[in-house]
Write a protein that binds this ligand. Structure first.
Ligand SMILES: Cc1cc2nc3c(=O)[nH]c(=O)nc-3n(C[C@H](O)[C@H](O)[C@H](O)COP(=O)(O)OP(=O)(O)OC[C@H]3O[C@@H](n4cnc5c(N)ncnc54)[C@H](O)[C@@H]3O)c2cc1C
Length: 475
């Protein structure tokens, strides 16, 4: 589909149809489209969609998809616009289908420990709703205030508690979606077990809006933990990390929920930026820091276990120093150093952001090789390594040379070549979008890519849903 061409074809008819489906106030077109629908959060990707449509429910989503597909106009679903790989950017002349009016928590069902939500509900609202009913929705990430459940599912989001509770996929029990021809498929199951045929819902999880538009979901909840223990650890090197993780997982009896690594550059930069508010919890200068958290149900016993585990780790030389959060204020401070980074990185724009995964044992080689490779070419680049390393996920932020238009692709090549050599994945959790599609072959074999194309072809033969994302040759 040539979106430029279809964007103009029959545009007044399409506009009238869209207005009749969702009401005139919920359709914007051409110059009436606000900038926020055209640019992504990193301000790297932008385009000129021809329409923005804000349906109120699944039936309206279905009707919008039908008329847009009939007119040959591409459709890009949009949630909280926090995606960082350009996945929510429409082709020029396409239609943005924003889920921003579909924000209801429809039910919290205590008996099945599930919640049913509309796809546009922000993650934080879903979390708060679960909390108000005595549950935890364990999915959690820095963009929780804006990111939506639909976006989380479409990107199979990870975050800071994957180690214990898994990715978004592991929390989705039921799903409702609208397919490329407007068909509504619905399986709002509340059951953990369901082996009746192919799991189409698992195809949609992580499909970045290319196979269907998620409209509702049933999410698995857990009883709300009543005790939280948080500590920041300093390490002399990376070497003890795998053993430390193994020991703490065993010692904390299944309660370890977060294990976040920060190399000194990130710790020094982020804690340093907060010095006017609070002193550093631990001095800067150690090669590595780990933020750990356990969530349990017996405050006294959990704290005892936590302290003993850390003392043992220190005695056996696995950690150099440790500080335990004594209050919620301490905890927030520790987490801010790791989590609250968007504004801190802003002065470094333009930057390249990576979200790779590889085995824990290969992380030092990745850090060493990419640091050497990038600094060799760009000696002034600032580099920050950190990540949800407990589950093999590393982030790298590299500031780019403003005077070199090729800088980003050179840095991309250095990083993704290293990932390929180490047998890792170019995307741990953010997805492929447009930003990484040229590199998908570094992680997926030609056979896997052929299979992906056949799936796309079967579900969306006209390439109407979010074209240009994930697969490099389907633009
Ligand atoms: C500060 C910050 C921290 C972050 N931390 C993490 C992290 O720890 N872990 C992590 O995984 N990600 C993280 N992200 C990335 C981002 O928050 C996630 O990818 C999030 O899941 C995107 O949700 P969204 O609603 O903003 O989606 P959007 O950005 O609106 O869209 C993302 C993709 O999903 C598609 N999509 C959106 N809604 C739907 C729908 N209803 N149906 C079908 N497709 C849809 C879009 O077309 C697009 O391809 C972070 C981002 C920021 C800015």
């Amino acid at each position: 589909v040539n979106s430029d061409q279809v964007g103009r074809t029959g545009s007044s008819d399409l506009l009238a149809s869209l207005q009749s489906i969702v009401g005139g106030a919920n359709v914007f077109s051409h110059d009436g489209i606000e900038e926020r629908y055209c640019t992504d959060v990193l301000r790297k990707h932008s385009s000129r969609p021809a329409y923005v449509v804000r349906p109120a429910d699944t039936q309206q989503v279905s009707a919008v998809v039908k008329v847009a597909a009939d007119a040959g106009v591409t459709i890009t679903a949009l949630g909280g616009r926090t995606g960082v790989v350009g996945g929510g950017i429409s082709p020029d002349g396409g239609l943005i289908l924003s889920l921003e009016r579909m924000t209801r928590v429809l039910e919290v069902d205590a008996a099945s420990m599930t919640m049913t939500v509309e796809a546009g509900v922000p993650l934080q609202i879903a979390q708060e709703s679960a909390d108000a009913h005595g549950f935890i929705l364990p999915l959690d990430l820095g963009a929780r205030g804006s990111a939506t459940i639909g976006g989380n599912i479409a990107t199979n989001a990870g975050g800071v508690r994957v180690l214990r509770w898994g990715m978004a996929r592991d929390m989705v029990l039921g799903l409702e979606a609208v397919l490329a021809d407007g068909t509504v498929v619905s399986s709002l199951s509340k059951s953990l077990k369901d082996n009746a045929g192919y799991h189409w819902k698992d195809l949609l999880v992580g499909s970045e809006g290319t196979l269907g538009i998620i409209t509702r979901a049933v999410l698995r909840l857990r009883p709300r933990p009543s005790s939280t223990q948080t500590a920041l650890l300093a390490l002399r090197s990376f070497e003890p990390v795998p053993e430390l993780l193994r020991k703490l997982e065993g010692r904390f009896a299944g309660q370890l929920s977060s294990f976040e690594l920060m190399w000194n550059d990130l710790y020094e930069f982020s804690s340093g930026a907060r010095l006017q508010v609070r002193p550093r919890p631990l001095p800067a200068g150690s090669p590595l820091y780990v933020l750990i958290e356990t969530l349990g149900s017996d405050a006294v016993r959990d704290l005892e276990l936590f302290q003993t585990g850390l003392e043992e780790a220190q005695e056996s030389g696995l950690i150099e120093d440790a500080v335990i959060a004594q209050s919620e204020r301490d905890r927030t401070h520790f987490w801010d150093i790791r989590d609250d980074l968007s504004e801190l990185f802003r002065p470094l724009f333009p930057l390249a952001a990576f979200d790779i995964s590889l085995s824990l044992a290969d992380m030092p080689a990745f850090v060493e090789r990419t640091r050497a490779g990038i600094l060799h070419e760009f000696p002034d680049s600032q580099l920050f390594y950190y990540g949800h390393a407990g589950d093999g996920n590393l982030h790298l932020i590299a500031s780019l040379d403003r005077n070199d238009p090729e800088a980003e692709s050179k840095v991309d090549m250095t990083v993704y070549s290293c990932v390929r050599a180490l047998g890792g994945s170019i995307s741990a959790e953010h997805g492929i979008g447009t930003a990484k599609r040229e590199f998908i072959g570094f992680t997926r074999t030609p056979q896997e890519l052929r299979l992906m194309r056949s799936i796309k072809q079967a579900l969306d033969p006209r390439n109407i849903l979010n074209p240009g994302k994930v697969l490099p040759d389907l633009q």
